[in-house]
Design a protein around this ligand. Structure first.
Ligand code: S3P
Length: 429
C-alpha cells in the first residue's frame, strides 16, 4: 500500500471484463446446445461460482486466462443437480439461477455465503410463484432456496424495485415453455440479459420499459467478447480525477446506456474526461481518459440515474469529498440491500476521516470539509466495493490504511492492486 502513496497515476489499464455480462454469457451458453466462447471474461470469485453452478447442471466448461468455453447439451438435456448449487457472495448468480432452474422444470437447492444469507430473495420468488414455480425460502425471505419441479405459466408483472437481477430471473424462467411473459419496469435497469438473449436467438421484444418474452424457442450459441467493467473502471476514473498530476486511460470499457451514469456525473462536475467510442454490435464500448483537474463542481443524483450507477455510489462518495460544495444522493434505498448496507458502510468508514454526512433512509448529503488521518482500523464489511473505495480514499489522503478484510476484492477485481501499481510505473523507487 505504501508504494501507492505520494505520487500521481499515469498510463493505460485494461480493467477486467464486465461482471454482469460474464455471468449472463456463461448462463446463456449453458442454455444453448453447442459451444459458446466467452472472450475476455471476468475471472473472479463471483463469476467462477456461476461457472461451477452451470457445471452442476450439466455444462462442460473450460476456463483459461482470457477465455471461458461453455459446451452444453442444451436446455432440454440439463439435469437436476445432485448437490447444493453454491453461489458464494454473488447476488447475481443466486437470483438469476432461481429463475433459470425454475424455468427448466428442475429441482435444486441454492445457497451462498453469510452475506448472501442476509439478502432479500423474496423479490424473486414473488413473481416466480405467480408463474407457478414451487419455490421455498428460509423464513419466506432468505436462502437456502429450495426449488421443486413445476410447469410454469406466463405472467404480466409490474416490477416494484429497479432490479436487473429480478427482471433477468423472470426472463430466464420464461424461456423454455410455450408461454408469454410481459414485464413492466418501474425504472429501467441494466439490460444485458435482453440484449444477449436476442443474440442467442431468444424471442424477446423491448419497448422502452416493457419487455415481452415468448418462450419455447431453442437458443443457439454465440461468441461473446466481454467489455471492461465500468463499475471497476470507476475506481480508477475517480483516482485520476482527484490525485494531482494524474492522467489515466481505461481501455475497452462498457458504455451501455443503462450503466453509464458515472459518465453523466463526471460531466456534471466538469471533469477533464474524453471518450473514444469503439464500434460494437452487442454492447456499446469505448476508451475513457480522465485527468486531474481542480475546482470540480458537486453533483446531485436521484431518480432514473440511480440504477445506472448504483454500484458506483461508494467510490463516487470519495469523489464528492473533494468537490467544491455539498453533493446529494437520493432514491438509492437499494444500497441498503447490497453486499452490505452500503449507506451505513460508506458513511461509517469515511466518517473516520472526519467526513460529514447528512444521512437519509435512501441516500445522504456529503458536506466536504477538513479531513484528518485516523488511527482506527477500517472495515470492508466483506464488500469488495467498500474495500476498493477505502484504498482509493487512503491513496488520496496519503494514508497507509489497515482494512480488516481486503481479500473480498477478488469478488470482482482480483488485479486491482496490481493495476494501481502499474499506473505508478517508474515512479516507484
Ligand atoms: C446486477 C444488478 C444490480 C447490481 C449488481 C449486478 C446484475 O443489482 O447492483 O451488482 O448483474 O444484474 P440489482 O439487480 O439488485 O439492482
Amino acid at each position: 500500500m505504501r508504494e501507492l502513496l505520494n505520487g500521481s497515476f499515469q498510463g493505460e489499464v485494461t480493467v477486467p471484463g464486465d461482471k454482469s455480462i460474464t455471468h449472463r454469457a456463461v448462463m446463456l451458453g449453458t442454455l444453448s446446445e453447442g459451444t459458446t466462447n466467452v472472450y475476455q471474461p471476468l475471472l473472479s470469485q463471483d463469476t467462477l461460482d456461476t461457472v461451477k453452478c452451470m457445471e452442476k447442471l450439466g455444462a462442460d466448461i473450460n476456463v483459461s486466462e482470457d477465455k471461458i468455453i461453455v459446451n452444453s447439451p442444451g436446455a432440454e438435456h440439463l439435469l437436476s443437480p445432485k448437490n447444493l448449487l453454491y453461489t458464494g457472495n454473488s447476488g447475481t448468480t443466486t437470483r438469476l439461477l432461481m429463475g433459470l432452474v425454475a424455468g427448466l422444470n428442475l429441482k435444486a437447492t441454492i445457497d451462498g455465503d453469510e452475506t448472501i444469507k442476509k439478502r432479500p430473495m423474496d423479490r424473486v420468488t414473488v413473481p416466480l410463484k405467480m408463474m407457478n414455480a414451487k419455490i421455498n425460502l428460509f423464513e419466506n425471505k432468505f436462502t437456502p432456496v429450495e426449488i421443486l419441479e413445476s410447469e410454469l405459466k406466463g405472467i404480466e408483472y409490474h416490477m416494484t424495485v429497479a432490479s436487473a437481477q429480478v427482471k433477468s430471473a423472470i426472463i430466464l424462467a420464461s424461456l423454455h415453455s410455450k408461454i408469454t411473459t410481459v414485464i413492466h419496469e418501474n425504472n429501467k435497469s441494466r439490460n444485458h440479459t435482453e440484449l444477449m438473449l436476442k443474440a442467442f436467438g431468444g424471442d424477446i421484444e423491448v419497448d422502452d420499459t416493457t419487455i415481452t418474452v415468448n418462450g419455447g424457442k431453442k437458443l443457439t450459441p454465440v461468441d461473446v467478447t466481454v467489455p471492461g467493467d465500468i463499475s471497476s473502471a470507476a475506481f480508477l476514473m475517480v483516482l485520476a480525477a482527484i490525485i494531482p498530476g494524474s492522467r489515466v486511460t481505461l481501455k475497452n470499457i462498457l458504455l451501455n446506456d443503462t450503466r453509464d451514469g458515472i459518465i453523466d456525473v463526471f460531466k456534471q462536475i466538469g471533469a477533464d474526461m474524453t471518450i473514444d467510442i469503439i464500434d460494437d454490435s452487442l454492447e456499446a464500448r469505448g476508451n475513457i481518459t480522465v485527468s486531474y483537474k481542480t475546482n470540480l463542481k458537486p453533483f446531485h443524483i436521484s431518480g432514473d440515474i440511480i440504477p445506472k450507477l448504483i454500484d458506483e455510489i461508494p467510490i463516487l462518495t470519495v469523489l464528492s469529498l473533494f468537490l467544491d460544495g455539498n453533493s446529494t444522493i437520493k432514491d438509492a434505498e437499494e444500497l441498503r440491500v447490497k453486499e452490505t448496507d452500503r449507506i451505513m458502510a460508506v458513511t461509517n468508514e469515511l466518517s473516520k476521516y472526519g467526513a460529514n454526512f447528512k444521512i437519509y433512509e435512501d441516500g445522504f448529503m456529503v458536506i466536504p470539509g477538513n479531513l484528518k488521518i485516523p488511527d482506527e482500523e477500517f472495515k470492508s464489511y466483506h464488500d469488495h466495493r467498500i474495500a476498493m473505495m477505502l484504498i482509493i480514499m487512503a491513496i488520496k489522503m496519503n494514508h497507509d490504511i489497515k482494512i480488516d478484510n481486503i481479500e473480498c476484492i477478488n469478488i470482482s477485481y482480483p488485479n486491482f492492486i496490481k493495476d494501481l501499481k502499474s499506473l505508478r510505473g517508474e515512479q516507484i523507487s
